[in-house]
Each structure stands twice: as structure tokens, then as C-alpha cells.
Design a protein around this ligand. Sequence first.
Ligand code: AMP
Ligand code: GLY
Length: 428
Amino acid sequence: MKILVVGNGGREHALAWKLLQSEQVEQVFCAPGNGGTATLQRCQNLPAAVDDFESISNYALALGVSLVVIGPEVPLALGITDFLQSKGLMVFGPNRAGAQIEASKSWAKGLMQEAGIPTAKSAVFNDAKAAKSYVKSQGAPIVIKADGLAAGKGVIVAETVEKAQQAVDTIFSGQFGNAGKFVVVEEFLTGQEVSVLALTDGMTIRPLLPAQDHKRIGNGDTGENTGGMGAYAPTPIITKELRDRIQSQVLEKTLEALQNRGIDYRGVLYAGLMISPEGEPKVLEYNCRFGDPETQVILPMLESPLFELMLSCVERRFHRVAPFSWKQGAAATVVAAAGGYPGEYEKGKVITGIPQAESKGAIVFHAGTELNNQGLVTNGGRVLNVTATGKNFAEALAIAYGGIECIKFDGMYYRTDIGHRVKLTVNF
Ligand code: AMP
Ligand code: GLY
């Protein structure tokens, strides 16, 4: 079988890497891919942007691709699944209607309220005056969100009423385009964030290992928000009891609510949860795709063949597939970022030391790299995801950090405290 993965980040490198471990998969194509997928054996990059549906469809048909796997949210929200399905292709990833769960926060909030899914109290506004007076009535801290996709920049956690009101103005100023037509004002929640990614065929939904991302740029979860600076799985705070609760109160209820809206949702449903200090899960957001960098720690732990799982979701026979099989132990990934990220940063810096990191047992997924006539160079803010599995967190983290220390590029930055919350729950 030949598979086409759409996207160019660390998530897509991890997907290609894992798919190639399925016996039935002979080749993977990536559109457009990166320096990592360019050098992966039996993997080939295709020059098509993620929103160039016509080219992606032409390649898939010409190359005899059996399944197209969609990585990022933007093409899903634009309806890539509907388009490729109309050409007779099999697609892993929800259709445009399903992708609204990520593409519109107000839509997702409505769905949660209707279905009684635990989430923060919120209100939706289409004008600044009403939003600001609501903010004033609620007080701070408070969370202001642009309704639509804003590349991770549309959420402002405001410590003061003034900052929250400024955030309302910023969103309505037009800076986010259509994504800023509505503003969601939300109660501030405290606790630990956990990402629960589930696979579904629209009828059955099952969670993968819970993972924890590290969204802030600085050690100790300080500084600006980023796409994610590291992750680990499984998160020890998700006990069996909590997992069962998330399954019945969040995942199954969400799927039922989607069904009630006539949506045939097949792919990944990602619930970003806040676990309160009392152990109550509440949904912060949904994503309609695999998380990045969570995927880079979940897939190395997965022993079941990914291609077969995805195909069973697309063919709506997921309930007949055996439960997921997981490696014992833990996985961790540390992101090597370009200096300046998440602000301005330079590209084109030569990267060295990856073979040395690999010889120490690390798996190096490429996030923002490119292979050009200078060799492997940086091509994004998050550059590499240095990943490891181990018999426990201490071992996985030691291998990942041992690996990242071998790698060099001009301006390279990484957090040195990935997994710090694990130490609160597990001794090592
Ligand atoms: P989202 O894109 O909705 O996940 O928001 C991005 C980040 O903002 C989350 O990962 C949280 O760290 C934070 N956040 C979002 N909503 C809330 C909330 N209601 N309370 C506290 N923090 C939040
Ligand atoms: N790691 C957060 C996300 O993928 O949205």
C-alpha cells in the first residue's frame, strides 16, 4: 500500500515513520514534507502545499495511493476530506463539517453546552462593547479567544480586566481576519493540562495514551505561548478512573453530539483538557487532528500497526479492531527551536549532530527543516523534536536530552525542564 501524508511538521514526520512500520505499507509520500521525510527510507516528498487540493488529489490518483492522512487543521477546515473523497480517495481526517469542532470555538462551545460536556463557563460576542462589559462583570483573570483558526495566537489569558479588554479590541481589529469575527470570553481554569487524542470511525471512539504538552517558551512554563516545546506520555495524573470518566463524559458525549448534528466524524478527535486540582476534567478546546508535539511521543509508544487502525476508522469497522497495544514505560520529546521563536527568527542555519543523537538512542523527528544544497538547514521556528522511549520517564528524558546535546545549529534553543510535572506525581 502507498500512503500520502499531508503536512510538513514533526507530527507528519512521526506519522510517516510510524506508518512505514506497518507491514502492508510499502511507501509513504509527504506533501510537502520536510528534511526529515525527505531522508526517511521509503518516503518521498511531493511539491504540493497543504491547501493545494487539486495537486494533492492528482498526485494521489497518479501514484495509486490507498489512503491520504491529513496532518494539519487548515486543510481539514477548508474541506480537503470532502474534496478528496469526491475524487474517490480514502481519507483519514474529518470532513469540513466535523472540522468545525476546531475551526470555530463558539461552535464547539455550543456543542458542549448542548451535550452537557464539562467545560469552562463562557459567552460569545460579535461586538466589542458587549464583550468588554461582560469582561468587566466577570473580573480577571479571564480568557479571551478569537473564534476561528489563528495559528495558536488567538487565545489570550488576561490577568487584568484592562488586558482582557485590550485583547477584545485586538481580535475585533481585524488582525485575525474572519477568525476574529466572534470573540469567546471564558472563565479562567486552573489545574494541569492534558491532551487526550482519540481515534474514531464516527461510531466507536477510543483514546490513545494521554500526553502532556509544554506550551510556554521558557522553563517553569513561563514566557510566551508556542506551538509546544516538548511533551511526554503517558501522563501519570490520568488514572484509570479518570480515563473512564473522560471516555464517558467527554469523548462519547462529543461523538454523540456530532452524530446528532448529522456529522460523520472519522479521524482524530483531540480533547485539550484541564484537570482541576480536585481531579475534575474540563474541555479547554478540541482539535480535529493529531497534536504536535504530542504525536511524537504517542506514536513511539504504540505497538499496534497505525495503518490498520486508520483504515479501520475510514472503513467504519473500528469496533472490530483489537484494543491498542502499548509499549511499557514512557516517551519524551524535546523541541529544538530557532533563536527568537515564537517571535522573529532566522532560517537557513546548518544543522549538525543528528546521527550522533540517533546513535545515543534518540529518534529525531524534523519539524522545521529543509534539505538543500547546503545540506540540512533550519526552515521554521520549531526545528527538531528529539524523542526517546525508555523503561520509565527518567530513562526517556535522559536519552532525549543526551540526544539534543549532540545537535547544533546557530541560535538553537530548548527547554531544559520537559517533564517537570511528572516529578510531582512519580518519583525518579
Ligand atoms: P486553546 O487554544 O483553547 O487550547 O488555548 C491555548 C492555551 O490557553 C491552552 O493550552 C491553555 O494553556 C490556555 N487556556 C485556554 N483556555 C483556558 C481557560 N479557560 N483557562 C485557563 N487557561 C486557558
Ligand atoms: N500541541 C497542541 C496542539 O497540537 O494543538
